[in-house]
Design a protein around this ligand. Structure first.
Ligand code: LLP
Length: 403
């Protein structure tokens, strides 16, 4: 759908996140369809965009949830995701989080170390519950993505080596309190090449075969998330080929394929709308100062990530000159775009930052005591607010009593 950003900015103010739920539906269906013919579960990676309405939208399409904290598990449950479609991952789960996850009777806890397995076992024993588990295996393949979002090499903190995984599976199989039902890997995010995924899938499928040979019956084959999207001019992995590669490598295994996309489902279904405050020139450098900042969208500052930036309603491209788009935060790193060719702007002009549906709002903070932006969802030609703008009272609520 074409979204009237100007009308939304007028109605809800800026900075404002706007999401296109129809786009998210289309992405979900494309991936789900690619896995047709085999048992599959799409478990939306809640960390990409954890607004309750976004999670609920995917839940209604049949999605599960991949969560990395008990908070995310609670969000998924509150948004109506079925407990048996929820996976709880992450390298550092606390005992109270483990206990709550067991109580919620989720599909499985994804374990990332032997020490964690012992904790899960003892909490399960204390609670008198059997913990369904999967183990995150680190296949040691190079995903060829940004080092900060690469996770499948031994030098990363994630997962366990194959030999250790085997030992853990054998231990779990023999434990009264652990039920090893799944296997998991996730080699990185914003992947644009299929070959590392193929390599990893084959390594993990072989491991499943060797586990089945010793009666450890893995039923969920979790390939993680990571499918890349276009921010600029990236060439992408074809969804159909991605699914075919996974199906081919696992065809003899009788497993349910679990896939945990975050960015693929939401990134290009979201925009951050911001208003120009002022322009200024320092020496040779032109700055366009806007009302959104690194606390709203940290990806440019943190990863030097590119987000397409568009000035609305300004046809005067002849006079375009290079400018940096910066926010009001007291940090030189507070920028949203650099060296962008932009016509002269005036206070109140609207700028749209693209690809902000994933890792935008979820990575936002209150730095500089800035309230986090409001969020709006559009679906079937209609838009509605799905989160209020945070105000000052919201921000001081937990401090006020101690003054
Ligand atoms: N599953 C696991 C175990 C993960 O660690 C992640 C992402 C996903 C699924 C979802 O990955 P996706 O499909 O979204 O690529 N803040 C960074 C991205 C960090 C991703 C961390 N893990 C960014 O803004 O690029």
């Amino acid at each position: 759908m074409s979204i009237d950003f100007k009308a939304l900015a007028k109605q809800y103010g800026t900075p404002l996140f706007v999401y296109d739920f129809d786009y998210m539906t289309k992405q979900y269906n494309e991936l789900k369809d690619a896995f047709s013919g085999v048992k599959s579960l799409i478990a939306y990676a809640v960390k990409a965009n954890s607004n309750l309405s976004v999670i609920s939208h995917f839940g209604k399409l049949g999605s599960g949830a991949d969560c990395v904290s008990i908070g995310e598990v609670q969000r998924a449950l509150s948004a109506g995701i079925d407990n048996y479609k929820i996976i709880f991952s992450g390298v550092g789960k606390r005992d109270d989080e483990i206990k709550d996850a067991l109580e919620a009777n989720i599909l499985m806890l994804n374990l990332e170390s032997e020490a964690e397995m012992r904790h899960v076992e003892s909490v399960a024993k204390r609670e008198g519950k059997v913990a369904r588990i999967s183990i995150r295996v680190n296949p040691n393949v190079d995903p060829k993505t940004h080092p900060y979002i690469s996770t499948g090499l031994h030098e990363n903190k994630f997962g366990v080596e194959i030999d250790m995984a085997k030992r853990m599976y054998i231990y779990a199989k023999n434990s009264k309190w652990l039920d090893p039902v799944g296997i998991h890997f996730h080699i990185g995010s914003q992947l644009t090449e299929l070959s590392p995924i193929k390599e990893a899938v084959e390594i993990i499928a072989n491991l499943v075969r060797s586990l089945k040979a010793i009666n450890i019956d893995i039923r969920f084959f979790d390939v993680g998330g990571g499918l890349g999207v276009v921010y600029d001019k990236e060439s992408l992995i074809n969804t159909y080929e991605y699914a075919e590669t996974i199906k081919e490598a696992t065809k003899d295994l009788d497993v349910t394929i679990v896939c945990e996309p975050g960015r693929f489902l939401t990134a290009n279904g979201g925009w951050l709308i911001t208003s120009v405050l002022y322009e200024k020139v320092n020496g040779d450098k032109r700055f366009v100062i806007v009302d959104a900042a690194m606390n709203d969208l940290i990806r440019p500052s943190l990863y030097k990530a590119y987000h397409k930036v568009e000035l609305l309603d300004n046809e005067n491209t002849k006079e375009s000159l290079k400018a940096d788009i910066v926010g009001p935060i007291c940090e030189s790193g507070d920028w949203l775009a650099k060296d962008l060719l932009l016509p002269p702007t005036k206070s109140g002009d609207l700028i749209v930052i693209h690809s902000a549906g994933a890792y935008g709002f979820t990575m936002a903070s209150n730095y500089n005591t800035r309230g986090r932006a409001a969020e709006v969802a559009c679906e079937g030609g209609k838009c509605r607010k799905i989160r209020d703008r945070e105000n000052f009272e919201d921000q001081i609520r937990l401090e006020k009593a101690y003054l």
